[in-house]
Design a protein around this ligand. Structure first.
Ligand SMILES: Cc1cc2nc3c(=O)[nH]c(=O)nc-3n(C[C@H](O)[C@H](O)[C@H](O)COP(=O)(O)OP(=O)(O)OC[C@H]3O[C@@H](n4cnc5c(N)ncnc54)[C@H](O)[C@@H]3O)c2cc1C
Length: 532
């Protein structure tokens, strides 16, 4: 895909209210940008920026820059936008043309910046749909749910605990309240100073949660961030607990994409970007950055799309790739940054591999199976989605063929897993949980065994690179980047991309974009006092 230039720009069209909280939580916090001119029209020469990587972070940066009149080129290695939230078409054995995605994603209501990005092209967020609930199931028979909980902390936590079969009020006096207090009082980045040296498992052991509650609530949580609790920074776990539970009153329920990711998310955003004058170059892996002769950067890529575009030079670059892409571009670009910064990039690591398996079955699963089920104690299987419950295209296929479309995820897989043995194990666990699948025929299946999510190990925070780099014309963005706000995963990707754009706009004297986050400290004055 190569798209041309059209120019219809207007500053301030980001649709994000500057002062109105973007969700239901009146305590959501605005992070206003630097002030400045409304756009770049006061500058003698139009600044040009290369955004390398077309996932959420890259698209967020490109959007915020293009809206202010910056000349943006997005260079994406793959044939599509979206990165880890990407999708493509595939033809099944029965001849159906269907969408396949990189995997189920939960779009939480506290993802303010991501939702503001999506709203640019889809003001009503019609590409998303609410999931009414998602049970968590432990192999010992425990089941927790989230529907009907109050939204506001601490009542959400009390109600969850009161209802949970994994938690008993008799457990309460046993809790290590001293160790638990930081979970209720998260402030970023201070929480990293307090807890980053610990792993999440050690923190949970010190808190002495009942074993079943620990498995169900926290291991499911930690593994959904692609690491075992022993491999994950306790500060990262505490931050997530704050974002999703104790720090926000948006609730724990979430939305999902109502269609394949390209249709629901990326095609509308690509169109929006092109309308704002951006150029999108896919199938364009960037190899290196060099010093330009006319502008600061020359971008090196061997792709034909890049060569055909007769590559201009750029005043600034946003590196919004995944961990491997960032390591490789920096390693191939000896002039970038300082040696300390380069070492920090070289030492970034990926989380262990994970598997996303999609199955098109010739008969439906039981009608009461939920759209999403989190699991614990079922070997490598971490969750099961029934796509026809929420995705238009899967519902159509299921209606026409009388079957079901399921997705199975397995995270934090040890060693170098073999697809064949993993597949067999996942199917066996699926049959334990949904026995009706044992007799179902598999019309077709697709598997994505990858290892491209960043690892947040204990002790890693201090050396994690931030959005700014030693070069004011070079920014980093992505969920791997340190952002000193309570944001994670997709929301960290979106927030870091917007921050990268704001930093560059500030350098040109142009007004940036307001960001939002859940409160960046604990909500309860009493607990704050106790902790001190
Ligand atoms: C299976 C799965 C489930 C997930 N579920 C959730 C969830 O429920 N909720 C949630 O919040 N998050 C979830 N995540 C995490 C979420 O997908 C990521 O946090 C987010 O997509 C990261 O976006 P990004 O832009 O930082 O990186 P990416 O999406 O990885 O984008 C980086 C882009 O850079 C490109 N690139 C790399 N190297 C180069 C190069 N040399 N030149 C040009 N381009 C390059 C890549 O092709 C890619 O498109 C999930 C992730 C996975 C894999």
């Amino acid at each position: 895909m190569m798209r041309g230039f059209t120019a219809s720009r207007s500053a301030g069209d980001d649709g994000s209210g500057e002062h109105e909280p973007p969700g239901q939580d009146r305590r959501a916090v605005p992070h206003p940008p630097h002030g400045g001119m409304p756009d770049t029209s006061h500058l003698a020469r139009l600044p040009r920026v290369a955004v390398i990587g077309g996932g959420i972070a890259g698209v967020a940066a490109a959007t915020c820059l293009a809206e202010r009149g910056v000349g943006v080129t997005v260079l994406e290695a793959q044939g599509r936008l979206g990165g880890r939230v990407g999708g493509w078409r595939t033809t099944l054995a029965d001849g159906s043309d269907v969408g396949m995605n990189r995997g189920f994603h939960a779009f939480f209501r506290q993802y303010y910046n991501l939702r503001a990005l999506l709203r640019r092209a889809d003001p009503d967020l019609s590409g998303l749909t609410a999931l009414p609930d998602y049970p968590l199931l432990h192999s010992a028979g425990y089941r927790d749910t989230f529907a009907g909980l109050p939204r506001t902390p601490p009542w959400n936590a009390f109600a969850f605990v009161a209802r949970s079969p994994t938690f008993n009020w008799r457990d309460l006096p046993r809790l290590g309240t001293r160790a638990a207090l930081p979970l209720a009082q998260v402030s970023v980045p201070e929480i990293y100073e307090r807890l980053d040296h610990l792993d999440a498992d050690t923190l949970l052991s010190r808190i002495r949660f009942p074993a079943a509650a620990k498995h169900l609530a926290f291991e499911v949580f930690s593994r959904s961030f692609f690491a075992e609790p022993t491999e994950l920074s306790a500060a990262e776990l505490a931050t997530m607990f704050h974002i999703y539970f104790l720090g926000s009153s948006e609730g724990l329920l979430f939305d999902v994409a109502a269609n394949s990711f390209p249709e629901a998310l990326w095609n509308p955003l690509a169109e929006y970007l092109v309308d704002h004058g951006a150029t999108l170059l896919t199938d364009t892996p960037v190899r290196a950055l060099e010093r330009g002769s006319d502008r600061r950067f020359a971008v090196r890529s061997d792709s034909t799309a890049a060569l055909e575009a007769g590559f201009p030079e750029f005043d600034a670059v946003v590196l919004a790739t995944d961990t491997a892409g960032l390591r490789s571009i920096v390693a191939n670009s000896p002039d970038l940054g300082t040696s300390r910064w380069r070492t920090r990039i070289a030492e970034l690591r990926e989380a262990p591999p994970f598997l996303v398996s999609r199955l098109w079955l010739d008969r439906p699963v039981r009608r009461d199976r939920p759209g999403f089920l989190g699991t614990s104690g079922y070997g490598p299987l971490d969750n099961i989605s029934v796509l026809e419950r929420y995705e238009h295209e899967a519902a159509r296929w299921s209606g026409e063929r009388g079957g079901s479309v399921l997705e199975l995820h397995g995270y934090a897989l040890p060693g170098e897993p073999s697809l064949d043995s993993l597949r067999a194990r996942m199917l066996a666990e699926l049959a334990r949980i949904y026995p009706e699948t044992e007799v179902a025929g598999i019309v077709d299946e697709r598997h994505e065994l990858r290892a491209d999510c960043p690892l947040f190990p204990p002790g890693g925070f201090a050396e994690r690179p931030g959005v700014r780099t030693p070069d004011p014309a070079l920014m980093l963005a992505g969920d791997l980047v340190r952002v000193d706000l309570p944001v994670a995963l997709m929301e960290r990707a979106a927030t870091s991309g917007m921050r990268a754009a704001n930093e560059l706009l500030h350098g040109w004297g142009v007004r940036g974009h307001t960001l939002w986050s859940v409160p960046d400290r604990g909500r309860f004055a009493l607990l704050r006092g106790l902790r001190r």
